[in-house]
Design a protein around this ligand. Structure first.
Ligand code: TV1
Ligand code: CA
Ligand code: ZN
Length: 395
């Protein structure tokens, strides 16, 4: 291995469930749970596991899921056949679409309920390790499913593991900052905490209503401004155009999160690291490299508050794995000690054969660059708007 040792003075935990990775949304569906297998194979072959506490995630119980979701919805979700049931028992095209379950984005597949409970279990375990102070950073790459609503599936998300994890954090921390760098708007998490001032949500995303999913998250959407809503001004949205670069994104992230941190003083951070904001993503439209994406993780870590790191979107599996493995390295502070060449014994190594090197080198670019439609002027306006919103936030 690379002589990777435990970071000094703090503890990182890594929450996975190998059973989760075996599920399929369908042949052509962009969400590929096996990207988690690729990620873990990199993390393990670099020897990073020795520097963390590794846990197999529990499956979340029905009662735990009920802390956010309605029982009507959960009961319907639970009618999907278990992992060991033969396929044609449920694959019925005449089945009505209820709770947005069964369409092309959120298909009903075999073992769906188990898959959801595993994703949620990992995120809730991560939250509990943070609450008990056994971990300072807890990593749950199988979570981050930010679109799920109380009684509705949406955008490949069925159970909102992030909301469930933040509800756990709120038992032990006065204020939680949620940050979302997935290319899509974190609408489900934002909505769940619309009426509390104990959670501030900040999502960076591509914004182009009627064209790009989910179409919400404009600059002026800062939470319902009804008269007695303590949650007003506690939703921050950073709407972006195609092709944003590392340089612009990092600058924006530092300015926005720097200001938010000063004003809101979070006692814990929940960071959704959707990797569909990387260049070359099958669904995303940005030009971020692993460096730019990972710089967000490094910046949050430096704020020095306990943090959960979730996965999320990410539809070019080899890039997802590279980013999440590198971000795991940042969590344990070994990113400078890792050889850029992929270890020969890495399982699934073939998936990375097109890369000269695994870890970021300067000349290494992910995907064809997209035309950059973000002007410096617009990005300045965004930072100024965030400053104005934060003047309403008093802790
Ligand atoms: C099956 C097969 C489903 C191929 C879905 C892309 C597919 C998409 C598919 C797809 C696809 C979306 C919409 C349109 C809403 C619909 C995990 C009015 C090639 C967190 C979810 C994006 C992103 C949903 C999830 C979006 C996340 N884009 N091929 N579906 N209808 N849905 O636009 O934020 O990353 O695209
Ligand atoms: Ca986002
Ligand atoms: Zn996404």
């Amino acid at each position: 291995t690379y002589g990777i040792t435990r970071p000094k003075g703090y503890n990182v935990s890594f929450h996975t469930n190998p059973e989760m990775e075996k599920h399929h949304f369908g042949q052509t569906h962009p969400m590929k749970p096996w990207r988690l297998t690729l990620t873990k194979s990199l993390v393990m072959s670099y020897g990073m596991s020795f520097a963390m506490d590794n846990y197999i995630a529990r499956t979340a119980t029905y009662e735990e899921l009920e802390s956010f979701h309605s029982s009507d919805y959960l009961d319907y979700l639970a009618t999907t056949p278990a992992d060991d049931t033969p396929r044609d028992d449920y694959d019925n095209p005449d089945r009505p679409v209820k709770f947005n379950l069964g369409g092309s984005d959120c298909p009903l597949f075999q073992g769906l309920y188990d898959y959801c409970s595993m994703s949620a279990g990992g995120s809730m375990d991560a939250a509990r390790k943070i609450c008990s102070k056994q971990s300072d950073i807890a990593i749950a790459w199988g979570g981050g499913l930010h679109h799920a609503k109380r009684s509705e599936a949406s955008g490949f998300c069925y159970i909102n593991d992030i909301v469930l994890a933040i509800l756990q954090l709120l038992r032990c921390f006065p204020r939680v900052l949620y940050i979302d760098i997935d290319v899509h708007h974190g609408d489900g998490v934002e909505e769940a905490f619309f009426s509390t001032d104990r959670v501030m949500t900040v999502s960076f995303h591509k914004y182009q209503p009627d064209v790009f999913f989910p179409g919400t998250g404009g600059l002026d959407d800062n939470g319902p401004k009804s008269e007695h809503n303590p949650g007003a001004h506690h939703a921050i949205n950073i709407p972006l155009n195609d092709g944003i670069t590392d340089e612009q994104y990092e600058h924006l992230f530092r300015s926005v999160i720097g200001q938010v941190n000063e004003r809101f003083r979070p006692s814990a951070i929940a960071l959704q690291c959707g990797a569909d904001s990387l260049a070359g993503d099958r669904l995303g439209r940005f030009n971020l490299q692993v460096q730019g994406h990972a710089a967000c993780v490094a910046f949050c870590k430096k704020l020095g508050v306990p943090m959960i790191i979730f996965g999320g979107g990410g539809y070019t599996p080899r890039n997802v794995a590279r980013a999440w493995a590198f971000e795991t390295a940042i969590a344990i502070d070994c990113q400078d000690r890792i050889d850029p060449v992929i270890p020969a014994h890495t399982p699934w190594r073939d998936h990375f054969q097109h890369e000269a090197a695994l870890f970021p080198t300067l000349e290494q670019i992910l995907g064809e660059p997209r035309n950059n439609k973000n002007t410096a002027k617009r990005l300045q306006e965004i930072v100024a708007h965030v400053g104005e919103q934060l003047r309403f936030v008093n802790i």
